[in-house]
Structure formats: structure tokens, C-alpha cells
Design a protein. Structure first.
Length: 439
């Protein structure tokens, strides 16, 4: 029988805040699933029965023991900025809001140990004050939490140099199991693979240890090109240039830049662009390189203005899609891995077939030590059938698609799912953690 939430529940829980009012529960049951018209239709009506908001690790433990006792499903929430409905409870129950666990516990040489609800923006700010910075972070870093990134994200700004979450960018985690007496696990090394990008299905993370890099003075530039192919090729050359330290290399096809309202006064209509964050002293090198590919560097934001005004990263990664969606809600997107040795051929094939139905946006990243032309193409959505026709066409020519229109965990293609399924049996024997997300 379903648990009957009543005013006494908070007292039963030892005073941990519990919210059952419709407005709070609805708000904290949703993430950015609506980026996908497919998910939007299927997840709109899903919501928890209650939100529990622990303020300490002891309260997390007590909340999990309570949920286990009453057989209530638990879906963990950081900031709720995920795009696949990962944080949406499919079977009701509890949303465990961990945004109150927001202490930066320790910053040492090359690492930060934080509670999982710490916002990455706050951590980056603090680390930079102390001469260090995050290696990688999502473009949502201002809101996104450390635990949410590790359990629901993949990579972002910095991935061009440091790779994705799986490339040594998580050093350790403290995880609670979902049992009668929840166990506190300290996870390190190879074992982390069963917790990275797990959607909270194999355990609840209360602490995370992230590596830090020495702080740099980052310059932001917009290079402009007549065609998108030149922009991507310039991107590759910049990505490969070991003499230029970098955080971001993002080629974007026109007309996507026309949706970037706050930048319209510094963009040339009709030009495809590459947004880059590179070392402060690299402008002459960027100018030479852009000229080699028939383009030029236009707008430059010098290092002194870093984070003091709008950042170019606010238009990259899945923010590119957001600007398109703001301009026209019929857009959606895909997540694609082009082949490093024939991405131009694949690009021509897809553009030839789909034209402006598929607007291109690449992110050059390092993945598993290889330079990869990853992409988040913006798609003009008509029907689900057509969307999957496009996905099939991509796959048929060797462009990998990490489908963002499903809530099912595929672990970003890292092959960790079998291990996760086993880990789930051990850590969550009743299957109460975010049920329905592991297929
Ligand atoms: C505009 C936009 C741009 C984005 N850009 C990027 C990007 O550059 N890179 C990227 O990787 N992602 C990106 N995302 C997706 C998302 O913002 C990030 O992955 C972000 O790090 C998620 O953090 P969060 O705190 O919002 O997590 P949430 O959405 O709250 O949670 C994500 C998943 O992790 C689980 N979870 C959260 N905290 C815990 C915990 N402590 N223990 C166990 N499970 C937990 C949740 O149940 C959920 O399944 C973008 C999204 C948007 C809307």
C-alpha cells in the first residue's frame, strides 16, 4: 500500500524538512526533460508524492532508512538541470533534494572535496580565488551541483583538454546504499565507473572529490568563417595545437548564431563561428590559424573580463540548443559522435540529405585520450518517426547517436551498464532508487 503522507511525517523523520504541497513537489519533480518533445509528452504528468530535503549526511541516511522501511521509491535531485528526465520520479515516491548539502569541505593541491549539493559555479569561484580551477564543468555550472554532474552529466567546458567524467575527472565519492541500515561507502579508482552517470540508481552520493587544475587567465574569442566546414576544420587545428592551452573549441553553423540575442551586435550575419576559450596570450596564434582556414577572429573578450560579463560558454554545449529553443520551440537536438577520420564526409552526407532540418554544432573534446568531433546538432522537430529516421540515417553512416530522447540509462556508451546492474542489486536490493531508469 502507498505510504500516506501526513503532517506527523516530519516528526517521524526526526525533523528533516518534508514538503507535500503540490507547487513544491511539482517544481522539484521536473528537470529540463522538455528539451525533448518525445520526453515532454511522456513525462509531463510524472511527479513525486513528497520532497525530502536533508541538511546533513546523517539526515540523508535517516531519510533512506525511512524510505526503505516504508518501501518508498527515492529519486535524488541536485539542481534538476538534466535533459533526459533523469531526475523525474517515474513511480512517484520521494524526491530527495540534496541542494542543502552544499559545503566545500576541503580544497587542497589538485583536488576539492565537496558535499554533493555544492553548485559547481560556487566551487569554481572558490577554487579560482585559491589559484586553482575546475578541470571540467557543464555549461550549466552556475546552477548545477557537483553530485548532479557526476551522476547525470558527461563533460563540458574543459573536456577539450581533460576529457569527460570517465577520464579521471572524478577522484572519489561517498555513497549511501538503500538498505534497512544504509551503508556508507567510500568509492575510488576503477569502482567509480559504477557510480559515474548512474542517475542515482546505484547509490546516493553525499560527497565528491574532483580534481582541480592550476588557474589560468582565459581569453574568449569568436572566429568567423563563410562556411561551417572551415569552422570545424579550424576547430580541429586549434584543438590539435599543443602550444595553445584551451578550455573550449565550439564550431557552430549559421543560422544558429542568429539565435544568440545578447551577441548579435558582435556577430556577422551569415557566418559560421567557432567560440573558443584559450590562454590569454594566444590571440596572435588564433588569428594566424583562422586566416589559414579563410576566416578571421572577430569579437575578443580579454582575460580581465572573464566571468565579469556574459560568457561565451553560455552559448555552447546544450546552451546552444536552449537559444534555438527560445527562438523557435519546434527545435530539439541530438547528441552525436562523428568519426575523427571522416567527419567531413559524414557531415556532407547529412547536410546533403537533411539540409537545415539539422543545424550543426560541434564540440571538440578529448575522450579516452583521443580528439573527438562530438556534436549536438539542433534538429527541426516534426514527428517522433522522422526524428528516429534521422537517428537511423546517422547511425547508418557511422555517426554514433547517444539518444537524448529516452530516460533509460545507456551510460554514454561507456559499457558500464552490466556492472551497474550488479551493483544495484547489492546496494539497492528492493530496486527503490530511481526505478525505471536502468533498462
Ligand atoms: C542549457 C543546458 C546545458 C547543459 N550543458 C551540459 C554540459 O555542458 N555538460 C553536461 O554534462 N551536461 C549538460 N547539461 C545537463 C546538466 O545541466 C548537467 O549534466 C548538470 O551537471 C546536472 O547537474 P544537476 O545538479 O542539475 O543534476 P540533476 O539534474 O539534479 O541530476 C542529474 C541526475 O543525477 C542524479 N543525482 C543528482 N545528484 C545525485 C547524488 N548526489 N547522488 C546520486 N544521484 C544524484 C539525479 O537523480 C539525476 O538522475 C546541460 C543542461 C542544460 C539545460
Amino acid at each position: 500500500m502507498a505510504y500516506a503522507w501526513k503532517p506527523e511525517t516530519e516528526a517521524d523523520l526526526g525533523g528533516i524538512p518534508v514538503y507535500t504541497d503540490v507547487q513544491t513537489v511539482e517544481k522539484l519533480s521536473k528537470d529540463f526533460y522538455w528539451y525533448s518533445p518525445v520526453l515532454d509528452k511522456k513525462l509531463k504528468e510524472k511527479r513525486a508524492d513528497a520532497v525530502i530535503a536533508p541538511r546533513s549526511e546523517a539526515e540523508v541516511e535517516a531519510a533512506l532508512a525511512f524510505a526503505y522501511r516504508h518501501r518508498i521509491p527515492v529519486t535524488v535531485r541536485g539542481a534538476g538541470t538534466g535533459n533526459y528526465g533523469q531526475a523525474i520520479p517515474l513511480e512517484g515516491g520521494i524526491v530527495l533534494d540534496l541542494s542543502g548539502l552544499d559545503a566545500i569541505l576541503e580544497i587542497g593541491p589538485g583536488f576539492a572535496r565537496v558535499q554533493s549539493g555544492v553548485r559547481l559555479g560556487a566551487l569554481e569561484k572558490k577554487a579560482r580565488e585559491e589559484g586553482q580551477e575546475l578541470r571540467i564543468y557543464p555549461s550549466t555550472y552556475a546552477k548545477a551541483t557537483a553530485g548532479g554532474f557526476v551522476c547525470g552529466g558527461s563533460g563540458g567546458v574543459g573536456s577539450i583538454t581533460w576529457g569527460n567524467l570517465w577520464d579521471g575527472n572524478v577522484l572519489g565519492a561517498t555513497v549511501y546504499t538503500m538498505e534497512e541500515q544504509p551503508r556508507r561507502l567510500t568509492v575510488e579508482g576503477a569502482d567509480l565507473i559504477e557510480y559515474i552517470h548512474n542517475y542515482g540508481t546505484t547509490g546516493v552520493m553525499t560527497e565528491v572529490v574532483l580534481p582541480l587544475a592550476p588557474r589560468r587567465d582565459w581569453m574568449q574569442t569568436i572566429a568567423e568563417f563563410d562556411g561551417f566546414e572551415s569552422a570545424v576544420c579550424f576547430g580541429e587545428a586549434l584543438a590539435r595545437d599543443g602550444s595553445v592551452p584551451k578550455r573550449l573549441v565550439t564550431p557552430i553553423e549559421w543560422p544558429l548564431p542568429s539565435f544568440f540575442k545578447p551577441l548579435l551586435n558582435v556577430l556577422t550575419p551569415g557566418k559560421s563561428v567557432v567560440f573558443a576559450e584559450t590562454d590569454g596570450g594566444s590571440l596572435p596564434r588564433l588569428e594566424r590559424l583562422a586566416a589559414e582556414f579563410g576566416g578571421g577572429v572577430g569579437h575578443v573578450i580579454p582575460p580581465e573580463k572573464y566571468r565579469k560579463s556574459i560568457s561565451l560558454s553560455d552559448f555552447t554545449w546544450n546552451h546552444t540548443t536552449l537559444w534555438a529553443l527560445k527562438a523557435d520551440p519546434s527545435y530539439t537536438y541530438l547528441q552525436a559522435g562523428f568519426a575523427p577520420d571522416r567527419y567531413l564526409e559524414q557531415l556532407r552526407d547529412l547536410k546533403g540529405r537533411f539540409g537545415d532540418e539539422l543545424l550543426m554544432h560541434f564540440e571538440w573534446v578529448l575522450g579516452g585520450g583521443r580528439l573527438l568531433p562530438n556534436a549536438l546538432p539542433v534538429v527541426r522537430f516534426t514527428t517522433e518517426e522522422r526524428l528516429y529516421e534521422i537517428i537511423s540515417a546517422c547511425r547508418a553512416i557511422g555517426v554514433e547517436i547517444y539518444d537524448p530522447h529516452t530516460w533509460l540509462l545507456d551510460n554514454g556508451g561507456r559499457g558500464a551498464l552490466p556492472g551497474m546492474r550488479m551493483r544495484k542489486k547489492l546496494n539497492d536490493p528492493l530496486g527503490l532508487l530511481n526505478p525505471g531508469k536502468i533498462g
